[in-house]
Design a protein around this ligand. Structure first.
Ligand code: OGA
Ligand code: FE
Length: 304
């Protein structure tokens, strides 16, 4: 007999009687027996600092050419309050805040070691998840994924720098790049870029991901940065500190939870249309010896 996989529940549909994970319970520990860092904290986040010489900001995605710096802009560290989404998930959604939390998601992929398995098993699950949970979505194209591990020689580590993966220009360029024949038509409809983020070794103990509620972020604080690949140049956004920004993280995210990050939305008329600044950060209550965070984010073009 087979049991049907539980339907993913957008966290904003969860009843508030859902048992909340209590921060004070001494049983709230991970498999190492260490307390899971939770609750509202003051943390240091790395924001944008313009190049001193006024030049246009860039960074190289892979190794930079000889004698050229990896990036030509600096970082401005600011202390911000980062509130815990846990227990207040239902206050946030994709349309108003440009991020959303999903709970009780199952997956048939557990290793995340082989590219082919990730594409054959995990990709279809992510596609279905987006079609089922993103309002209006009728077509999804997954174009990229990144696995991050905190081990010293990991290819990609958590990103400790506030950013948005795309800008309006690079989002349109993504559509043209992946769907050249249909691009002109698709660009006339609604298109979004959404990252589906989850830990691989949850509950997250170190380097959780923080997001700034899109509705509290001014366009004037977003700066386009040339994102130089070996063969082409994309564009990401760096983010200037502004005390109006409200920051959140979802404490102790588990492998059955997903954070949806909307990096671009062509529809500026829906709610507070959006783009969500995000960054990994050092949680001040990370216990010593805590396991490093591993995660995967899948990037999707979402149409409709
Ligand atoms: C992302 C991202 C950084 C991290 O998912 O787009 O920037 O540390 N992730 O996981
Ligand atoms: Fe990102």
């Amino acid at each position: 007999m087979t049991t049907a996989a539980p339907r993913p529940t957008p966290a904003h549909e969860l009843s508030t009687s859902q048992p909340a994970v209590s921060a004070s319970k001494s049983t709230d520990v991970n498999f190492q027996g260490l307390p899971i860092p939770r609750g509202s904290v003051i943390a240091s986040l790395s924001f944008y600092q313009a190049p001193a010489d006024g030049s246009k900001p860039y960074n190289f995605v892979e190794k930079q050419p000889e004698g050229v710096p990896q990036r030509n802009f600096g970082e401005a560290w600011n202390e911000v309050k980062v509130d815990d989404l846990r227990g207040q998930e239902n206050k946030f959604n994709m349309e108003n805040n440009a991020f959303a939390t999903l709970s009780n998601i199952s997956s048939e992929e557990h290793e995340f070691l082989r590219d082919e398995r990730i594409r054959q098993v995990y990709y279809p699950e992510v596609e279905k998840l987006l079609l089922d949970t993103v309002p209006g979505a009728n077509r999804v194209l997954l174009f990229d994924y990144t696995i991050r591990r905190s081990t010293p020689n990991a290819e990609r580590a958590p990103v400790v720098r506030v950013h948005i993966d795309q800008t309006p220009a690079s989002a349109a360029a993504r559509v043209r790049h992946h769907l050249p024949d249909e691009a002109e038509k698709l660009l006339q409809g609604r298109y979004r870029i959404i990252n589906v983020w989850r830990p691989l070794n949850g509950p997250v103990m170190a380097h959780p991901l923080a997001v700034a509620d899109s509705a509290t972020v001014n366009d004037a604080d977003l700066i386009g940065v040339e994102h130089r690949y070996p063969d082409r140049t994309g564009e990401t956004a760096a983010v200037q500190y502004n005390p109006e920004q409200k920051w959140y993280y979802w404490s102790g995210m588990t492998n059955q939870e997903r954070l949806l990050l909307k990096c671009f939305d062509s529809d500026e008329t829906v709610g507070a249309w959006g783009r969500v600044p995000h960054t990994a950060f050092v949680h001040p209550n990370t216990p010593e010896g805590a396991i490093g965070r591993e995660s995967i984010e899948v990037r999707a073009l979402v149409f409709g």
